[in-house]
Design a protein around this ligand. Structure first.
Ligand code: MTE
Ligand code: MO
Length: 265
């Protein structure tokens, strides 16, 4: 553990004095990294310089989001934001018309082996099912049951390159329009959240195939983050070392419009 701390301090460019608050004595001390409002975690986020190796080393230390029982599912998942990209995205309309045969989930960017998966391939991989609570910043929550492939598995198959620091989730649906130019929805996470055991590429909701209104055919669940960090209609997952090239550079559609990048609960 002391080597990890040293590495992190070096990565963050901290001198011995400025890093004083990061000097920790045991593994238990790392639990704070699972608490989203912790000032040290905030500091690490702002530093935005943890490498792949350093972020992976922290994955095991992460807290799990609370899981619920079947009886706590009170209603269907309330659709919000984009609910039907068929209306303005021809490609999406065609994919549905073709019964998703042509759909591929792509893993690209800073990976050794770019990958693409059909829905059938994803459905045949080991899956994870979890009942969690979705919290939207607009002031509502829903408990729902999500089924999908652990994202860590897909990322491991693609072999994330050491230079990667962020994962960008690209979606089919277009936001804005009217007076502003349409912008595709996207969001992003660090590698800690991407490799978290509850982070899944979900194709099932409450024992049915994921409906269009909730993000068919694939949405990513990042269970310890707010609703806008749960991208629907995902077609591409891109590993990168910088969020600057995407949208307005803040790491997501809502993030570009003022929401916090971290979006933790
Ligand atoms: N592609 C895409 N993903 C999105 C959105 C969106 O508009 N488009 N809205 C976000 C917001 S703000 C919320 S609360 C949830 C809503 O998911 P739901 O429709 O399944 O409830 O999706 C998030 N992911
Ligand atoms: Mo939301």
């Amino acid at each position: 553990m002391s080597r990890l701390i040293l590495n992190r301090r070096r990565l963050l460019g901290l001198g011995a004095a400025s890093g004083a608050s990061l000097i920790l004595s045991g593994c238990d001390q790392f639990d704070f990294l699972g608490q989203r409002n912790d000032p040290v975690r905030d500091f690490l986020e702002r530093a935005n310089s943890l490498t792949y190796a350093a972020q992976r080393a922290l994955v095991g230390q992460q807290a799990m989001a609370r899981e619920f029982s079947e009886s706590e599912i009170r209603q269907g998942q309330r659709p919000n934001g984009s609910t039907d990209p068929r209306q303005n995205v021809e490609l999406y309309r065609d994919l549905i018309a073709g019964n998703w045969q042509a759909y591929r989930l792509r893993i690209t960017g800073l990976v050794e082996t770019p990958k693409e998966y059909s829905l059938t391939e994803l459905a045949n991989m080991p899956s994870r099912t979890q009942i969690t609570r979705h919290d939207c910043v607009e002031g509502w929550s829903c408990i729902a049951k999500w089924t999908g492939v652990p994202l860590s598995r897909l990322l491991d198959e693609a072999k994330v390159k050491p230079a990667a620091k962020f994962v960008v989730y690209h979606c089919y649906d277009m936001m804005g329009g009217g007076l502003s130019a349409p912008e595709p929805y996207y969001t992003s996470s660090d590698l800690i959240d991407a490799f978290h055991p509850q982070t899944i590429a979900a194709y099932g909701l409450n024992n049915t195939p994921l409906p269009v209104e909730n993000g068919a055919p694939i949405r990513i669940r990042i269970e310890r983050a707010l609703g806008y960090k749960q991208p629907k209609y995902v077609h591409t997952i891109e590993l990168t070392d910088s969020l600057t090239p995407y949208g307005l550079g803040q790491g997501g559609y809502w993030e570009d419009h003022g929401y916090d990048w971290y979006g933790g609960i």
